[in-house]
Design a protein around this ligand. Structure first.
Ligand code: SF4
Length: 320
């Protein structure tokens, strides 16, 4: 029988359901651009960035650092209030590496976001190698009174893949970051991508067991897709990279979910890029169709998240 964490209509533990259960109302994430850069672009860790990275592909065009975050938040909250009837919000520092800066700058931005009465918390996207002791202590302090989620980009557990995609960090550095962040009242989220050449379906699915054992509360999954202006787009045009098929992606995500602890909520099931810059794959599905492709496959199999997980689920906040 599915665990209490699982939304029976979806057959997995969706982050939206988790937030509603935790806060008792509809909660939306509102993206802001805090004016950060990335150590994998500015030379301190690497140059050129990850081979698939074009920040415009995962950041709404309405957010730009020159606009005060209060204005960015107001626009995002108005949109979600009208479109989804959302009552409360999490401010999502998404673009580039949002702990990469002086602690004073981080404290100013995070506190300004949390000052809005309808903001329940913040979500901070970052890299495992961009967390100073000071930034972790700041996040811990804010988490005493607010929801604070740290989203760690990992993408792959395979160091050879990380090297090939120019991530600029190792799997071991990710594990160290998780352990430095754990036990501080923070929600930890990990970002993963499926579809890298050299990483098999079996290897990717095996990761579900490992992540189930880590103190993380949520995951984001998406397919490797190619957007214009990236090194990956060049490789695609040269015939050196072939994107995976939709059926392969959906099947792999379902395999992964079946092995994953039901206590880990899923923030994202697929990636989407604006059609103007999307190069491949072109599955020609709208966001909700992608979502239901996974849900319907779980239904077809008669399975659900965690149906093949035999460990002990953690509490919903990632703590034991
Ligand atoms: S770490 Fe993130 S922001 Fe930096 S280059 Fe890679 S994908 Fe882009």
């Amino acid at each position: 029988m599915p665990s209490a964490f699982i939304n029976p209509d979806l057959r997995f533990n969706s982050y939206g359901t988790y937030l509603r259960r935790r806060f008792g109302c509809r909660v939306s994430k509102v993206n802001v651009d805090g004016g950060f850069t990335c150590p994998n672009r500015d030379g301190s860790r690497g140059t050129g960035g990850c081979i698939y990275c074009d920040n415009s592909s995962f950041s709404p065009s309405g957010t730009q650092a020159i606009v005060p975050i209060e204005e960015q938040m107001a626009a995002g909250m108005a949109y979600h209030r009208t479109r989804l009837g959302s009552e409360k919000f999490l401010v999502y520092f998404q673009k580039f590496t949002n702990t990469y800066g002086p602690v004073e700058k981080l404290a100013d931005l995070y506190r300004r976001a949390l000052a809005h009465p309808d903001v329940l918390g913040i979500s901070v996207g970052t890299r495992p190698d961009a967390l100073s002791d000071g930034s972790i202590e700041l996040l811990q302090e804010l988490a005493r009174d607010h929801y604070v989620c740290v989203e760690l980009g990992l993408q792959s557990r395979d160091d050879q893949v990380l090297n090939r995609i120019n991530r600029g960090h190792t799997f071991q550095e990710y594990l160290q970051a998780v352990h430095r962040l754990a036990g501080r009242g923070l929600e930890l989220c990990t970002h993963l991508i499926y579809g890298f050449p050299g990483e098999s379906r079996a290897e990717f699915v095996k990761g579900a067991r490992l992540f189930s054992e880590l103190p993380i509360g949520c995951l984001k999954l998406h397919q490797l897709h190619v957007v214009q202006g990236t090194r990956l787009a060049e490789l695609y045009r040269q015939g050196a990279f072939a994107p995976i098929a939709l059926e392969e992606y959906v099947g792999t995500v379902c395999d992964f979910l079946e092995e994953l602890s039901p206590s880990i909520s899923i923030q994202r099931l697929y990636g989407s890029a604006p059609v103007e810059i999307r190069v491949a794959p072109n599955w020609d599905l709208k966001n909700n169709q992608m979502w239901y492709a996974v849900v319907n496959e779980l239904k077809r199999r008669g399975s659900w998240q965690g149906c093949r997980f035999d460990g002990v689920p953690r509490a919903a906040n990632g703590e034991w």
